[in-house]
Structures are given as structure tokens and as C-alpha cells.
Design a protein around this ligand. Structure first.
Ligand SMILES: [Zn+2]
Length: 231
């Protein structure tokens, strides 16, 4: 079910500090809205984690949704979500884009963001970090989940130039020598600029069959999820 899972606490942890859980799912679940695996996948996650997950309708923008209560039927249009609520999970879903999880266990504030080519260029990660600070986060850390790597993500030269003009660290070349983008490197640089240390989970979605990839599987590609929650 999980390609990666971690727990994060303060060290030493004050009595009231939150324990934050982070995870990225693998291809054993398909969390693409409308796929037959979607509802059973959500149910399996609730069963495994003990929390309901707020999700968003992702549109490759830079809006950040603040989750104030237990998730209901409405799904906000946004590409990141943040909360200071315990017992409410946050979910972003990807197939090649970069899922980023954010947490300040001391402040009890968490966030999750979906950063594709457009989101990286727009700076959605930095906006999510800012919204967490508005909720009281002071020492945020991040986990960069599985995504298409900079040696596989081929793009036209003009597109590479356009994105690299906004975020120079994204400039890359495929393993076969053509223009490419390294979105993970871009996200890492944006997190560093925001003073947020990050763990890179690694694993390329295109190369690893245990993960979902839009570039490999096309329109029928499943979705993997980045999840963060405070139990
Ligand atoms: Zn790759």
C-alpha cells in the first residue's frame, strides 16, 4: 500500500507536540477520481491510518486550500492544502508530478502540495509554506515524493527554457541527450529558499512499475497519493 512511510516528532518532544505521519502510496492503490479502485482505495487508507482525508480538485495552479474541519462532500479547487487540525488527513494525487508533504510537529501544522511543471513555475510550494506559517508553523520540514525524474521528463527546448527561466534548477537533459526538466530539483531549491529542509524519497514514477505514471500509461494511468496527518 505504501511506497514510503515516516513518522516525525520533535526531538526532544514536548508533551504537547504532535506526532506527524507522512506516506506515499504505491500502484497497489489507484486513487484516480472515477477509477474503479478509487472508493475502495480511500476506504483502505482510512482503515490503515484511522483518519479521513481531505482532497482537492487539482488544476495545476497555485491556490492553497485551508482545511478547517473534517472533510465533507465538497472538494475545493486548489493545488495545495494545509491544516492545523488533528485527526484530519491531507491528500494530493499524482502520476509523474511531484507530491510534497510538509509538517511542523511543534506547531501541529501540516500541508501537502501537488507540483507539476506549471505548479513549480508558479511557486505553489512556497505559497503552501507561507500559509502554514500563517497558521503558526515555524520549523517546517518537507518530504518530496516519487515523481518522473529529470533524466526521463523530456520536454521541448522552448518549454525547458521557459520553466528554467523561472526556476533555474529545473534545467535538465534526458539520459538520451534531449531537453528535460527536473521538477524534483526545482522543488528542492524552492524549499531551500523558503528555509525548509527536505527528504527526497526518490524513485522515478516512469521507471518504476510499482508506481503510477501518466507518461508511461497514458490517459488510463492511476494516481498515487501523498498523505500527511496528525493522529
Ligand atoms: Zn526516470
Amino acid at each position: 500500500m505504501f511506497a514510503f512511510r515516516d513518522t516525525c516528532t520533535l526531538d526532544p518532544a514536548p508533551a504537547d507536540a504532535a506526532r506527524v505521519e507522512v506516506a506515499f502510496t504505491d500502484a497497489s492503490l489507484d486513487l484516480r477520481e472515477g477509477s474503479p479502485g478509487f472508493e475502495p482505495g480511500i476506504a483502505a487508507l482510512v482503515e490503515a491510518t484511522g483518519v479521513p482525508f481531505a482532497r482537492i480538485d487539482q488544476v495545476h495552479g497555485d491556490d492553497v486550500h485551508v482545511v478547517a474541519a473534517a472533510p465533507g462532500a465538497d472538494v475545493a479547487v486548489a493545488d495545495a492544502l494545509v491544516t492545523a487540525q488533528r485527526g484530519v488527513g491531507l491528500m494530493v494525487r499524482v502520476a509523474d508530478c511531484v507530491p510534497v508533504l510538509l509538517a511542523d510537529p511543534g506547531a501541529g501544522v501540516v500541508g501537502a502540495a501537488h507540483a507539476g511543471r506549471a505548479g513549480v513555475a508558479l511557486g505553489v510550494i512556497g505559497r503552501a509554506v507561507e500559509r502554514m506559517r500563517e497558521l503558526g508553523a515555524e520549523q517546517t520540514r518537507a518530504w518530496i515524493g516519487p515523481h518522473v525524474c529529470g533524466r526521463c521528463y523530456e520536454v521541448p527546448a522552448t518549454l525547458r527554457d521557459e520553466v528554467a527561466a523561472a526556476v533555474p534548477e529545473t534545467r535538465s537533459e534526458t539520459s538520451w541527450g534531449t531537453p528535460a526538466l527536473d521538477l524534483g530539483a526545482g522543488v528542492l531549491a524552492q524549499l531551500a529558499a523558503a528555509d525548509v529542509p527536505a527528504v527526497t524519497v526518490g524513485r522515478c514514477t516512469l521507471e518504476d512499475e510499482q508506481l503510477h505514471s501518466y507518461r508511461r500509461d497514458g490517459g488510463d494511468a492511476g494516481r498515487l497519493a501523498g498523505l500527511v496527518w496528525i493522529p
